[in-house]
Design a protein around this ligand. Structure first.
Ligand code: GTP
Ligand code: MG
Ligand code: ZN
Length: 408
């Protein structure tokens, strides 16, 4: 092949992706093999002819030079491009992908996940699946509970997940040990139920705020469920629950209930009806207890809280999705101490505090961060008690965290 021609086809080859190159070299290898077989036959025939004539000199010469046209696999690849054209290679890869496109596969929802694979619920059955090679490397972020997946049975009846459908929503956090890695806590969730308690354990408004932001960022509606209200005296209750008023004011649903005596459970159930929900919150607030109270058959493991500190004991260790007969799907998650916000730009944080919106327009600087700037209308509203102190403090703390961390 001429140098200029070769350069042109090499450029064409570089446009192919890995799968297309693999297909090209497969075809090149087949052609090369066929050509070699033909050439061998031809050589054998010619050798026989020389031998019959007793022409040893020419036979040696022939054996020495007859392999000269045995071109390399790269050259064959360029030859294929020259003869078949780039498009035919691209099209054949697409066709193969369509044919493999899981015609015999089924779809289901991921109900639990482990390092090796996941369990998928399909037609009322739970099937343990391994992950296909393209997913196995990236399991932690690529497959999450709530994901809709396609899986197919291999010849040895092992179920293998081949494809994860696009997610309509996700609740993410940075991996606690590797901050630049996204951990999807739950996928395709409609409502994130932030389970909290006022006492035993104490309310952690900063954690609630972080969950609200992560849910809204991921396209999920946040809802606060204050559990254990049986621990409050009737005459104190309104007073103690006053701390949640700012959330109601920004339009977040707050349900007060008790897994222990069933108060408020009906209201919670009607909030969850027909939805996929994830129960989040710190350890010991009663996430698993609420799940059991809604559907006693589930019998999720429930722990105790520490006698003096009132802290939970991290009883639930793995997230799991439960289908409940009342057309409710609930993901129970392990309680956590801290919840980071994934991929949040510190400049954008203010937009997640809805109560700032009414005032932010009047700030002197259009890009006011509501921290140190003069004539900040948000800070004025704070001083006048129009914005909750607790929420504003939360804003500052999260902002500080984001500014200390590199952006991902
Ligand atoms: N008084 C009272 N105790 C409750 C209520 N709900 C749960 N508890 C108790 O709180 C403790 C912790 O409950 P769990 O359901 O294990 O809490 P969790 O949020 O699932 O905890 P982790 O799995 O560790 O995150 C248990 O001792 C429950 O009995 C409630 O409504 N009232
Ligand atoms: Mg639990
Ligand atoms: Zn401002």
């Amino acid at each position: 092949m001429k140098k200029s021609k070769r350069k042109y086809f090499e450029q064409q080859l570089s446009k192919l992706n890995v799968a297309q190159k693999r297909q090209l070299y497969k075809r090149a290898a087949n052609l090369r093999k066929a050509a070699q077989v033909n050439a061998r036959k031809k050589r054998r025939h010619t050798r026989k002819e020389f031998s019959a004539k007793g022409d040893h000199e020419n036979m040696v010469m022939f054996q020495k030079y007859s392999r000269a046209d045995d071109i390399t696999i790269d050259d064959w690849a360029l030859k294929v491009i020259e003869e078949d054209g780039l498009n035919s290679i691209i099209e054949s890869v697409e066709l193969q992908a369509q044919q493999q496109d899981y015609s015999d596969s089924k779809s289901g929802i991921v109900v639990s996940a482990s390092a090796k694979g996941c369990s998928v619920q399909c037609d009322g059955e739970i099937i343990d699946c391994l992950l296909g090679p393209n997913l196995a490397m990236m399991q932690k972020s690529e497959i999450a509970i709530g994901d809709q997946v396609d899986f197919a049975m291999a010849k040895d009846f092992t179920a293998v997940v081949q494809r994860v459908h696009d997610r309509k929503s996700k609740l993410s956090r940075p991996d606690p040990t590797r901050e630049n890695v996204e951990r999807v806590v739950a996928a395709n969730v409609d409502v994130a139920v932030i389970v909290a308690s006022i006492r035993r354990p104490l309310l952690k408004p900063a954690l609630i705020d972080r969950y609200i932001i992560a849910a809204q960022k991921g396209g999920i509606i946040p809802c606060i469920c204050v559990n254990k209200i049986d621990l409050m005296r009737d005459d104190d209750r309104d007073n103690e629950l006053e701390v949640l008023a700012p959330y109601r004011e920004i339009g977040i649903k707050v349900v007060e209930c008790s897994a222990a005596n069933g108060i408020g459970l009906q209201e919670l159930i009607s909030e969850l009806q027909g939805k996929l929900c994830v129960f989040v919150g710190h350890s010991g607030t009663g996430k698993s207890s609420l799940l059991n109270a809604i559907s006693p058959d589930i019998d999720a493991k429930v722990g105790t809280v520490h006698g003096t500190t009132g802290l939970g004991r991290h009883t639930t260790t793995n997230s799991k999705l439960y289908e409940i007969e009342k057309d409710i799907w609930i993901i129970d998650t392990p309680g956590i101490r801290e919840f980071g916000i994934w991929a949040m730009d510190s400049d954008d944080l203010k937009w997640y505090f809805d109560e700032f919106d009414d005032y932010a327009e009047s700030c002197h600087y259009a890009n006011c961060s509501h921290t140190h700037e003069p004539n900040c209308a948000v800070k004025q509203a704070l001083e006048q008690g129009k914005i909750s102190n607790l929420r504003y403090r939360s804003y500052l703390r999260i902002l500080e965290d984001l500014e200390c961390k590199p952006e991902y």
